[in-house]
Write a protein of this length. Sequence first.
Length: 361
Amino acid sequence: MTAGTNAKKCSDPNFSDQRKVYEDLGTQTLSHAIEGYNVCIFAYGQTGSGKSYTMMGGRPGVEEEEGIIPRLCRDLFTRLEQQLNGDVVIAENLRCIQSMVEVSYIEIYCERVRDLLNPKSKGNLRVREHPILGPYVEDLSKCVVRSFAEINELIDVGNKARTVAATNMNETSSRSHAVFTMIVTQRIEDTSTHVITEKVSKISLVDLAGSERADATGATDVRLKEGANINKSLTTLGKVIAGLAEMSSKKKRKSDFIPYRDSVLTWLLRENLGGNSRTTMVAALSPADINYEETLSTLRYADRAKQIVCKAVINEDPNAKLIRELKAEVAKLQQLLLVEGVDISNAGKSIPVNCMHNVML
């Protein structure tokens, strides 16, 4: 995949533009989120390979250059509105009566977490562990949004607050990892029983800082320290991916240690890496032969990531899940009875006296 502002000029027959990338990756991810699954897309690759372009996009206001994040946000509100209007059927006897979207946007800079939507944030937010929900950022602001226009404004605010700097390999190099998160809550009514339940899904969209070599980027002083922290977190990410891949292939016992806490990045993304999430990794590659070693390293990361087996489940009320499963079981049994030629049209009705007599005999 080639990324850049001169996309249309590319003659490579394997080239995919921003729209195609989103259709291949983003639409399915959004569908899973609407169903109630936690989902994640993260872009990995060396510095200057097109991660931010793929996730966020190119020039502001140029629709054809929009990345996965703005396209997914726009489609999210379209899908939710269609459900509320009844234009899209969730399932038989189910309808969405209310939905809410909450947004947060953070950067991890030199192993410190900063709230990009709070101008007063100084980059010292703490990561805590919830006994049920897992890792979270303490005192992180969450903004309720009601339209794509509102969410797009927050994206713009967060992007302007991100830490970027010029290096020899990238004029606008991201010096931090960025995690854009949406919590989608849907209230669903079963029209046959009038029972109302909630489905809550978490959408994590991650733009990782690029792996880099100091001799290639010309980094010194602050840039050198930033690069060291970036490489540290990416190395930990690699160890986590390798450990989970081995576990999925039965080469590693579940009791073996996975170093999630060795980096703030992997700690926060723990559920997305082998946990309750449907996760997609975008491998961003440079076509330059001088970057051969980095390209090979990225492909190895991607190959290991493919082996990880996640355990994603729909986040819904346990009682609603039980009711749905019981109704499905009843429907299945009714179908089996019909196949056997048993008429169940009078099921639940009183049995005539003469029939009762025959049954008792």
